[in-house]
Design a protein around this ligand. Structure first.
Ligand code: ATP
Ligand code: MG
Length: 562
């Protein structure tokens, strides 16, 4: 491709709305342009890379027996209603105004629709069906460029099995394929245990890239490799203390004391001697959630414990439920379900709200005074806490989710009535798995990990072109003629070449563009060198330059680009 005839609108300036490196680089190198928040056009250079990533994904999906589909993005709403997912997606789902259609945010429903009545017998399975196709989600805060789009490309795959053992096998195959895909793309990733959340199902793992630009938080143990999304991550429980002498429950007047910090200050006690109460509404019924001190409730953990619909109670509901306002609520004589964090189990002489404004109680022994309390791990863990496997310190950091593999089970086959008949003629719902990769996120994560101050650093695999041929003074016939020869020969040898043949920009401008675009090898043809039959080549990864004889170019390239 000759630059003079191509559309690669590079920018010198950093775009105002771009903060993270991948976003900046994709815009500056002319790979994408934003159309509206969370909606991007891929320009030719960017789309070339997307196609290379897609091809790697295809090869690895086909290698595990995957068969490629192309499903519609425009879906009748009723299919989504059959699985209650119009409600589950809520505002994230785009609705079409003049018809009962939605834009698909994922494709479990449509794939299950195709399996229904077709995968009828146990003999028809296993099957792995996939596609690489556009998804639509009304993400509330689209930022970080293509990492969170409202329209984005996903590879989504679905497995159909007749037994849990079969599902295990399909899941393992995808796990392997995903490792191959991300390894081939040159991305450093790690795998975390994740919450299956509202999707239903059992085991689920996410492929993550550590990055401050990420919106997921993960806990990681460098010593033993334990890694989990904060939504499910565990650490060694550090329980609150149990005094030898337990007091009786007693009331304390605490005027204007609302927060845990104010209570600690007022009574001159430690945060760990307090238990903070919050009211949630679960399927219409109040539940009191009790945490030690200021520990936060991790709402994903809470949802997993409770299942169904969970929300925090509105302030105006509190006094009806407890007799007090926020800040004075507590477990003593509470009429409904109480769920406490594991840290509180066995603690005594605790302080909490009295369910009476401006009063607290002390001397609480939860097992004695609120014996029906149930205990679960509800806390978000923090850096420095101990790993449950090896007792080393856990690190908690931000990460980007590249891909997700899920054991779905029968949620969708039951919802849509996709059943099969087993060896004994009995009918069962098909057992499914679902497996996604954000294709644009693969590109963004690669760029997050492979750049320097001057621009992108491509490996041979994903690079939009293998080499960048730069003719320094294209007005010179010697240079332009030599470059044309090199350009033709390299293409004949199967290389993809970007040829900077412009004769109206300076050498410095060309070098800056070449470093920004970051193709693996730059071939610089200049007058002084050429008079000695020499050219210069530069490896972008280490910025090493070498003067070599023109005759050695092809041999050298073969070495560098193997
Ligand atoms: P996230 O938590 O980041 O919103 P998700 O859990 O909603 O992701 P899935 O529904 O599992 O994601 O989708 C599968 C894959 O699609 C994700 O692993 C991610 O790589 C990609 N993906 C999801 N949402 C977006 C988005 N808004 N823009 C770009 N890629 C996305
Ligand atoms: Mg999401």
């Amino acid at each position: 491709m000759k630059i003079s005839k191509s559309f690669i609108p590079t920018l010198k300036e950093v775009p105002a709305d771009a903060v993270i490196p991948s976003h900046v680089l994709m815009i500056r190198s002319g790979m994408v342009r934003m159309v509206s928040a969370g909606i991007y056009s891929f320009l030719p250079l960017g789309y070339k890379v997307i196609r290379k990533i897609s091809e790697i994904i295809r090869e690895e999906m086909n290698a595990i027996g995957g068969q490629e589909f192309h499903l519609p993005a425009l879906n009748p709403k009723e299919i989504w209603e059959a699985t209650n997912r119009v409600e589950a997606f809520g505002d994230t789902m785009f609705h079409i105004k003049n018809r009962d259609y939605v834009l698909a945010p994922t494709h479990e429903e449509i794939m299950t629709f195709h399996a229904k009545g077709v995968l009828k017998s146990y003999k028809d399975m296993p099957q792995i069906w996939y596609q690489i196709q556009t998804k639509f989600r009304n993400e509330p805060r689209p930022r970080s460029g293509v990492i969170r789009g409202r329209q984005f490309l996903m590879k989504d795959a679905y497995s159909f099995d007749t037994s849990l053992e079969g599902l295990d096998k399909s899941y393992e195959l995808h796990d392997k394929a995903y490792r191959n895909i991300f390894d081939r793309c040159g991305i450093k990733y790690f795998i975390v245990g994740a919450s299956s959340g509202a999707m239903g199902g059992s085991k689920s793992e996410e492929f993550m890239v550590q990055s401050d630009a990420g919106e997921d938080t993960v806990a990681y143990c460098e010593n033993c490799g334990y890694a989990a999304n904060i939504e499910v991550a565990k650490s060694v429980i550090d329980p609150v203390k149990r005094d030898d002498v337990g007091k009786e429950v007693y009331e304390i007047s605490t005027p204007d004391v609302k927060s845990i910090d104010e209570l600690c200050e007022f009574l001159k006690i430690d945060e760990r001697e307090t238990a903070k109460s919050r009211i949630y509404i679960h399927d219409g019924k109040p539940v009191l959630i009790l945490m030690s001190g200021n520990d936060d409730v991790n709402e994903s953990k809470l949802e997993l414990v409770l299942g169904g619909n969970v929300r925090s109670a509105h302030p105006e509901e509190l006094s009806d439920i407890t007799g007090a306002d926020a800040g004075s609520i507590g477990p003593i004589d509470f009429k409904h379900r109480i769920i406490a964090d594991l840290r509180l189990k066995g603690g005594n002489n605790l302080y909490s709200g009295a369910n009476k404004n401006d009063y607290h109680v002390g001397g609480i022994d939860l097992e004695r005074d609120a014996p029906k309390t149930e205990y679960f791990d509800l806390r978000s863990i923090e850096s420095g806490e101990k790993c449950t496997r090896c007792d080393s310190e856990l690190a908690v950091f931000k990460a980007i989710e590249l891909g997700h593999i899920f054991k779905l089970g029968t949620k969708y086959s039951e919802g849509l009535g996709a059943n099969f008949v087993d060896e004994n003629g009995e009918e069962h719902p098909i057992i499914m798995g679902s497996y996604g990769i954000g294709v644009e996120r693969v590109l963004a994560c690669y760029l997050e990990q492979n750049h320097d101050d001057n621009g992108i650093i491509w490996d041979n695999t994903l690079a939009p072109f293998h080499c960048h041929l730069i003719g320094l003074n294209m007005k010179s016939e010697l240079i332009s003629g030599t470059c044309e020869d090199i350009y033709t020969t390299l293409q004949k040898k199967g290389y993809e070449v970007l040829f900077d043949d412009r004769n109206d920009v300076s050498a410095g401008f060309k070098f800056n563009d070449a470093d920004l675009l970051g193709l693996p090898v730059q071939i610089v043809v200049g007058e002084r060198n050429l008079k000695e039959n020499m050219i210069e080549i530069k490896e972008r990864r280490n910025n090493e330059k070498q003067k070599i004889s023109l005759d050695d170019l092809y041999q050298k390239l073969e070495e560098l680009l193997k």
